[in-house]
Structure formats: C-alpha cells, structure tokens
Design a protein around this ligand. Sequence first.
Ligand code: ATP
Ligand code: MG
Length: 869
Amino acid sequence: MTSQEIRSKFLNFFEGKKHLIVPSAPLVLKNDPTLMFVNSGMAPFKEFFLGNSEPKSNRIADTQKCLRVSGKHNDLEEVGYDTYHHTLFEMLGNWSFGDYFKKEAIAWAWELLTEVYGIDKDILYVTIFEGSDDDNLKIDQEAYDIWKQYISEDRILMGNKKDNFWEMGDQGPCGPCSEIHVDIRSAEEKAKVDGKSLVNMDHPQVVEIWNLVFMQYNRKANGSLEALPNKHIDTGMGFERLCMVLQSVQSNYDTDVFTPIIREIETITNKDYGKNEKVDVAIRVISDHVRAVAFSIADGQLPSNTGAGYVIRRILRRAVRYGFTFLNQKEPFIYKLTDTLSKQMGTAFPELKSQKRLIENVIKEEEHSFLRTLDQGLLLLETVITNAKSKTIAGSKAFELYDTYGFPLDLTQLIAKEKGYEVDEAGFNAEMKKQKDRSRAASASEMSDWVVLKEDDEEEFIGYDTLTANVKLTRYRKVTSKKEGEQYQLVFNMTPFYPESGGQVGDKGTIKASNGEVIYILDTKKENNVIMHIAKNLPEYLNDTFKAQVNEEYRRLSASNHTATHLLHQALRTILGTHVEQKGSLVRPKSLRFDFSHYSKVEPDQLQQIEDFVNARIKENLPLEEQRNIPMQKALDEGALALFGEKYGDSVRAIRFGQSMELCGGTHVQNTGDIWYFKIKSESAIAAGIRRIEAITNMAVGDYFETIDKEYHTLKEVLKNPNEPVKAVENLQAENAELKKQVEQLLKDKAKNIKGELKSELVEINDVLFLAKKLDLDAGAIKDVCFELGSEFNNLFLLFGAEANGKAILSCYISKELVSEKDLNAGQIVRELGKHIQGGGGGQPFFATAGGKNPAGIEEALKAAKDYL
Ligand code: ATP
Ligand code: MG
C-alpha cells in the first residue's frame, strides 16, 4: 500500500462513520499565543474542547501537520538517531465533540487497523490508564472492559500518569488515554524477549502508533480536576509509523514517505544510505529537516532571529551542519530537495507546489549565510584551541560558539576531539541553564482560573456595524507577568472591540459603568476564539451593564490602512505580476507594512506606478462590498484572494472594493475615498525573495507632507529664498568644490614658502643641521616639508610641533645617514619627548610622530630636542 493510499483509507473510513473530513490547519496558529507550532492533531480544535465555539460537525477527521521541536513536545534531539521520531510528521485523527465516546473510539480504531489495513492482531498491544493517587483517580475500567472484547487480556497493559493521562497544558481539558503499540520485530527476537516488556521502553521496533484520548476532565489553575460537562474523543495516529507497519519495513525512513528524498540526497552527495551509521544519521536528519523547513515556509513562517522563525532557522542549521560534517557538503544543497518533496507531497499539500520557488530561495539563502558563519566559527574555534592552556576547552567558549555561531555542542566536541581536546561539558550546560533561566524569568506569566459570572455560549462580535454597545461581563481572569505587571482579561456577552488578527492591531477604548466609573481597554486579543479585553483593573460592580466605546479615531485610521493594504496587494499583483503573494502584514493606525514574495528590488518607477494605482482606486470612491457569510468556494469562484497559512472556516467573509476582493476578517472604510491618500515610505528586502513595503494613508500623509513642507521652507529661507532652490543648492555645491580646490592649492603654496623660511633657520651643531620649531601646519603638510628638506640635505635633525583641535603633534625627521652614524632614532625620540605632551607614538628611525593631549607641553619638548646632539 502506498502512503497516499494509506492516508486516503484513513479518511474514507471515518467519512464512512459520518465524520466531516477537513484539511490540515497551518503549522502556525494565529489565534493561539500559547503554542509556537501545532504539535498535535487537537491543537486547531482547542476552541471546541474549551467550549468557546461550536464545530461545524461534532465528528471530524483529518491529517494534521505537526511540528515537535519546542515546548512541551520536543523530539529534535532524537531525530535522525532513532527511526521513528520526526520533527514534522502527519497525525491522523478522528474527533468527537460531545458525541461518541470510548466505546466507538476503541471499536473503530480496532476495525480500521485489523480489518481495513489488515494488521495482524498478534503484533498489537494496548495500554490503559492505571489510575493515580495524586489526582485521586482510579483505573480506567471502562476502557479496559471495552478493550477486552477485542484483544486478549494479556495484551492490555497498565500505563502510568506520564504515559496514559493526557493534558492539553497546565490548565484545561484532559483525561485518560489508551495507546496502541505495534511489535514489528522478527519471530526469533520475539521468541527471545516478550514484546510486552518492551512497550514504552524506546525500542525502535516496538512503538506506539495511535493514542486515543478520552477527554473527560478539566484541570483548574489550583491543580484540581473537575468533570467536563461534555466528553470528547481526540485521537492521534502517527502517519509515518503506520506506513512503516503497513509497508513491512523497520524504519519510517524506509517507507515511500522518505525514500524519494533519501535517493535524491544520495545522488547529490554521492554517498550511500545504509553503509555507515554516521552518514545514515546525517541523511535521516536532512531528509526529515527539509520537510519541517519547507512546510513552515509554505505556511508563512520564515526563518528569522526570534521566536518561531528562530526555531526554523535552527532546524535548518542542524541539517546544514550534518551535511557539512558527515556528507562533506561545503556548498548549499538542501534547497535542491524541494523539487522532489513538492512532487511527492504536493498532491496532499498543494502549498508545497505553489510555494516551491519561495521555499527554494529561502532555504538556499539560509544555507549560504550559515555556511559563512560556520567558517567564521571554525576559525574562532581554531584560535580557542591554539590559545588553550590545557587540553580542555572552557564551557563558556563552547557556549559562545553555540550562542553566536549556532555551533551545537556536539559539533564543537567533534572538532575539538579531532585535535585531541575536550570540552568542559558541565561548564557549557551551566551557561545554557543561566541563559534559559534569564529568558524564563523575562517571559514568565501567571494566569488565574476564569471567574465565570454568566454562562454564555459564544461572545458575539458586533464591531463591524457599531463602535458602542451595552455589554455584560461574562467572565474574567487575572494575568500577572514581569513585563506588564497585573492585568485583567475581560470577556463580554458581545463586543464592538476588534481583536488583533489578520495583521490588524486590536482596538482600544473604554467601558463605562452606570455609576460613571471608566475602565480603559488597552488592547483586544483573541485566544481560542474568545475575545479578551485587556484592562489594568476590574470594574467595581461586576454585574453592572457597561457602555463599551471603541476609540473611533484609532479604529478609523486602522480601517484606512487595512483597506489600503488590500489595494496595495492588488496593485502589486497588477504591476509586478501574480507571483506576488502576501507573506505578512501589519495594520496600525499610523502606518501599514506589507511583506510579499517577489524576486528582485521593486524599482522606483514601479513604486511610483504602484502608488499611482492605489491613489487612482482611492479617487474612484469605490464603496465597500461586504459579504459576511458566504461559502468559501463561492468566494474563491468569484475571484477572492485567500492567504496561505491562514485557517478559514467553510463560510467566510469577503471584502470587495472594485476589482480587489479578499477573504478578510478585518475592519475597513466604507468607501476608498475615506483613505484620502496613499504614500509609500520605503521598500526593502527582509529575506531571500521577500520584499517589504511600508506606507501611510490618511492624516499620516497630511502630517508627512506638512513636515516635508516645513523643512522645505526652512531650507529656502536658509538659502535666502531663491526662485529655484534645487539649482541654488547645486550652485552651492559647485562653489564649495571650487573653494576646496583653492584651499588645497593655498596650503601647498604656504608649505613651499615655509620651506624656504625653515631652510634659513637651520643651525649647525656638531655637523648636524638642526631645527626644533612649532609650525602652523597639519600633520600631512609637516611630513611633506620634512621630506622635501630631507631631499636637499643629508645631515638633518628636525623636530616640529603642531597643535590641532586641542591636541598636540610632534614630528621628528632624521636623515638616514645620521641614523646610522650618530645612532639617532626618530621613533625612540618621539616616544621619549611624547611625555611632555602626555602622549605617545612611534614610527621609523628616520621619521616618526607622536600625538598627545597636552599642547602646552610642545615648547618643553622642542627645547629638550637639542639634548640629543
Ligand atoms: P512517543 O512516546 O513515541 O514519543 P507520544 O506519546 O509523544 O509518542 P502522542 O503525543 O500520543 O505521542 O502522539 C500521537 C501519535 O503521534 C503517536 O502515537 C505517534 O504515532 C505519533 N508521533 C508522536 N510523536 C511523533 C514524532 N516525533 N514523529 C512521528 N510520529 C510521532
Ligand atoms: Mg513523544
């Protein structure tokens, strides 16, 4: 069975059981600040488990892209070394939201595995939750009793809280789970060791493939459990592991999910997979990591220096480093795998096809720059090794390499070992811990439980139609963080406040109690589909009716920039081409920022055309045409632009202004005329193949022109109000250049005159022509004078002092003949005389200079010069 077939069989099976099949959500969820990446199939459905919104169907099945490289689930260090953990993998899942529970979940899992896929029952084991004293929970007897109808009881194993009790986070829905494990060892090995003893023991051929989670509790902030009103099913099966079982191979990497990429790596690097363990690890790492990086980029998460972007950068660097060290790849090559990957996965995940060029460009550029730092880091390591006083490299040095050059400890160890050195690992770990503690302390925040005042099914957003409303507080909680101190998150029964999303910032405003008390709403955010209003304090009477008022000016300007963003998007696709895709957007009251894919600089005349295009749409006074609830497919058929990496529901909101139509949840002006004017302020590159335009609209343009106008008038005044100011500045520049030339000539003439004068002042002492004098020339001119005099006499000893910008300079010239005959040395002389001017210097025996901060000492130094004769 091919992996494609395995995937479809899963989805078809659950479709047959009345499940709605949905596409994978993007890897980065915009509305869940607690997760950097989706790390399990349930993450995109959290809002349903929390009861914040209603799913379209209470039975859903899908395959979800998951990334386990940070936070609670981090498998990165295993990847490549074992054969069944990946960074990015697909999790097949079926879901019941308050519908079926353990009985069906277990029966269907069994039916699918043993009947549809035909897996031999004798290689399966299941685990159930044994209970836990901490939580006062008993064994999951219900699950046990269901399982024993399908599988012999000696194959039902007990699991502890760590393995068999699943929690979403420190708080929230949780419950016991049942895992299904496979034993794919050979018959001989099975005869030697009982499979039962290997379950959950990290054996590469006795692995967990499916986890059935029975969500029936809610974990509160104080750690206690309460029963959930609705029980849910959440299951997750590792797709690549399932393929390993069904394709009768011993490693995920030997399935057709990975073999095409591995063959490609073999071809590019001229190495064979399966001959040498180190090479094999490297090949597995690269074939795994390229998937993680490519999927992330396709979903809009580019490598960068912070947050999720940094995680992606590190994964790619890890791959580069394995290629560099074990496959001898000194030039970028990972980007070349994109083609194979998109051919192979592009049907199930079309974003890999449509974004192929971007993925290639970004990976290539990243590889390039990391290979450069790798070189620098290697140099640094060389120096560290050369300067090491013992055979141990300090932990702090290894950490510096890690922190600044992205050198993982094992790379440093490897290189050190080749030269017979060791790394102080404990020291490295100590530094690492210090850094982690620092960042944890900076970001730590504490959340109290929600205090529920009124039960409410869904908080309605009414802010498209009104900016004021009478609202009731339904729940709130306190959040304490280092950065913001104590804040409250308020939830109302309905709200006119727009929560930050789709690049547009959240609304600000006030809520007013009936006794006149005013609470300021500092920001509005959305988490798991709940709109949270951030305030510094709570209202005195919580059950009051409040008058909510959105700050109108703030909202109006945000709307202006949001509509302008759509017009800009349209302009870019019209003028630069339809390869332009939105890669990021920030809409604030004072400005807008738009990131998009495009492969070269946008030229000034193109920028002008883009600006003109947008302003023409503004002039046309195009009215807002909003369709608030139309089927996604209909909107797409009408030509609406949808963004990659965005999670859309079945019915969507479509925003049209003339020919511009986008799926969008943001707020907009009623008419493009309300934007007034659009002005681009900058265009730049932010990554390989990604450009950024920053622009302003509305009053900001007025302010901008006013500032420029003021500056212009001041400039004109300074120039004495010429008729043609540009010409006046050009004239000034020309005049200035001419004057500079004249000054240079004058200085040269002056030096010539001085030379004549100085000649007449030379005195002969013991066959030496001597002069010590303060001159009014700069250091360069003094040097010239010295050498010119030097070309006429061969027995000179000159010491000149000069003063410039409050500093003193001494210059000493001694004819070469004297240097050897009389054992005089200009370098040594200026060093000694430099004391008088509180400075130092040096140079050659025949010419040297010293600088110092005490011009008053010049005379002393000049007097002392004679003593050398
Ligand atoms: P393991 O103990 O093997 O790490 P887990 O307990 O972390 O698994 P779950 O969180 O229950 O796994 O995830 C559900 C399923 O997803 C697992 O049964 C497994 O098949 C698969 N899975 C989990 N982590 C990975 C991974 N890093 N790579 C590939 N598949 C995975
Ligand atoms: Mg795990």
